[in-house]
Design a binder for this molecule. Structure first.
Ligand code: F6P
Length: 550
């Protein structure tokens, strides 16, 4: 099949055949597919190092997958994977390489970028992070008054918050008992105020985490933290209580943080892919270097699988193709993520940023308008709780909502049968979504009732089923399997971007709101210039000025 420019993907024969296939198979029910093939589970599962993907509960046949894999050829997926891996500047609008996978390479690997091997630089920063985190954890790094550190506050937002937050929460069973890690992201003063009110300045360490070191939310929180600290301990305390993680050394110095207390990373690491870099410092502080290394090793194992496995046995590629199938050909619009693991409760928020900031785009990498649906709305909530919140819509609503269920086979906690109950719920949901409840099943359940009552009850108790889901089963949530899981989603998002012809690594759409906020801010003050926007925005500014009591 000829390789075509990805922006013409919807003109490819693969695309047309998939539309045709969708029309021909859209009434097919998964119930029948399972009845027809008792080996469907073995056929549609892939296992790698403690992570199993079961994708049998999807509206697919072998033919669907063949046709979807034609798209990978038409989009030149193999070529884009090689370009990414070799450090070509595939982030064209920012002229940058995309090398977050290099952060997970072992120390004896090498990866030249623009004539320099990046691996020694990556490991040099890891070694500095290790020295620092070992010192803090061992009580050898002392605050300005000679006290040990008991609390670490990460000040960051977006990728400088969500990735480390998810990992730190998920790996809580590995956390150092005498070091609490907190994350403050929102510019709403409640967030930092409520966090600081519980802390002792003498024992608190702040990490200002910002790739650009220009993000106002983070810098305002950092200034608030600094006022809080210096108000109690004086200016000189900053050196012992503030460190920074950034690519922008000048701005870090200008903020007053000693460059010796800065952990760097590089412009070839996108914010939403940065948890593997020094942005992971709060995680290393919490779980220690060895566990952080195991997290990187898990990510690297998934990289090797992604770059080496044939596409039909490649977990991120299969997940991406299924996503394209529903999103583009079924026009499903959304994708839900349900971790059946309390530690992974914020994973949906991280994947939301990863996916929606990467592929929430209507223009291809060559600047052309795309005439098809691209990135879905990603949402979700931890399992079981979500059953009691929004699963009604999944089971009996009018929308097609493909789901990922993530479930560990083992718990870190011994709480009687509670883990079995959790797993049973997870499996039951995927089964109910796939199978549904038929008329015969409902009738035998409601028994002998008057005809008009049956007429009223029957449709309400029917479950159509045929709702697709993937189940991602981890042996246990460990640093290694968590690394695999998070790298898996990164590669899935990349593959989808390649198929849709998107540059998944810029985020221009976030900028405009920031520009407008800068204009509106001075207009909120009583002495501010008159607002000059549309009448709604002007009205709301006037409303604020009249009601705000400071
Ligand atoms: O939301 C836009 C964004 O640039 C994200 O991509 C990034 O993760 C976040 O802001 C924070 O940026 P920084 O790390 O530069 O403060």
């Amino acid at each position: 099949m000829p390789v075509i420019r990805t922006n013409d993907i919807n003109a490819s024969s693969a695309w047309a055949r998939l539309h045709q296939h969708q029309r021909a198979t859209r009434h097919m029910h998964m119930r029948q597919l399972f009845e027809a093939d008792p080996h469907r589970f073995e056929r549609f599962t892939i296992e790698l190092d403690g992570l199993l993907l079961d994708y049998s509960k999807n509206r697919i046949t072998e033919r669907t997958l063949e046709l979807l894999s034609d798209l990978t050829e038409a989009a030149d997926l193999a070529g884009w994977m090689t370009r990414m891996k070799q450090g070509e500047h595939i982030n064209v609008s920012e002229d940058r390489a995309v090398l977050h996978s290099a952060l997970r390479l072992p120390a004896d690997a090498s990866l030249p970028l623009d004539g320099r091997d990046v691996v020694p630089e990556v490991h040099a920063v890891l070694a500095r992070m290790r020295r620092f985190s070992d010192a803090v954890r061992a009580g050898a790094w002392l605050g300005a008054t000679g006290q040990t550190i008991t609390d670490v506050v990460n000040l960051g937002i977006g990728g400088s918050d969500l990735g480390p937050l998810v990992v730190a929460e998920a790996l809580a069973p590995y956390a150092c008992a005498h070091l609490n890690v907190h994350f403050v992201s929102n510019v709403d003063g409640q967030h930092i105020a409520q966090t600081l009110q519980k802390l002792d300045a003498r024992r608190t360490l702040f990490i200002v985490a910002s790739k650009s070191f220009t993000t106002p939310e983070t810098l305002l929180n950092a200034q608030a933290a600094r006022r809080w600290l210096t108000g109690q301990l004086g200016e000189a305390a900053v050196a012992r209580h503030f460190v920074a993680v950034s690519t922008n050394g000048d701005a870090v110095t200008a903020f007053g943080i000693d460059p010796a207390n800065m952990f760097e990373f590089w412009d070839w690491v996108g914010g939403r892919f940065s948890v593997w870099s020094a942005i992971g410092l709060p995680v290393m502080l919490s779980v220690g270097f060895e566990h952080f290394s195991a997290f990187l090793a898990g990510g690297h194992a998934m990289d090797r699988h992604f770059f080496e496995a044939p596409f039909e046995r490649n977990i991120p590629v299969v997940l991406a193709l299924l996503g394209v199938w529903y999103n583009t050909f079924y026009r499903a619009h959304t994708h839900a993520i349900m971790p059946y693991d309390h530690g992974l409760r914020r994973l949906p928020a991280h994947i939301q940023q990863l996916d929606m900031e990467s592929n929430g785009k209507r223009v291809g990498r060559y600047g052309e308008r795309l005439d098809f649906d691209t990135g879905p709305v990603i949402w979700g909530e931890e399992g079981v709780n979500s059953q009691h919140a929004f699963f009604q819509l999944l089971h009996q609503g009018t929308r097609l909502v493909p789901c990922d269920f993530i479930v560990p086979m083992n718990s870190h906690y011994d709480c009687g049968d509670q883990h079995q109950v959790l797993v049973a719920n997870c499996l039951a949901q995927t089964q109910a979504l796939m199978h549904g409840k038929t008329e015969g099943e409902v009738l035998s359940e409601i028994g002998d009732l008057p005809g008009d009552v049956v007429d009223m009850l029957l449709p309400q108790k029917l479950f159509p089923g045929n709702q697709p889901s993937n189940t991602i089963a981890l042996n246990k949530v460990t640093p290694y399997t968590l690394g695999m899981l998070m790298a898996m989603y990164e590669h899935k998002v990349f593959v989808q971007g390649v198929i849709w012809g998107i540059n998944s690594f810029d985020q221009w759409g976030v900028e405009y709101g920031k520009q407008l906020a800068r204009r509106i801010l001075p207009q909120l003050s009583p002495q501010g210039a008159a607002a000059d926007h549309d009448c709604s925005t002007n009205g709301l500014i006037a409303h604020f000025r009249s009601r705000h009591d400071r």
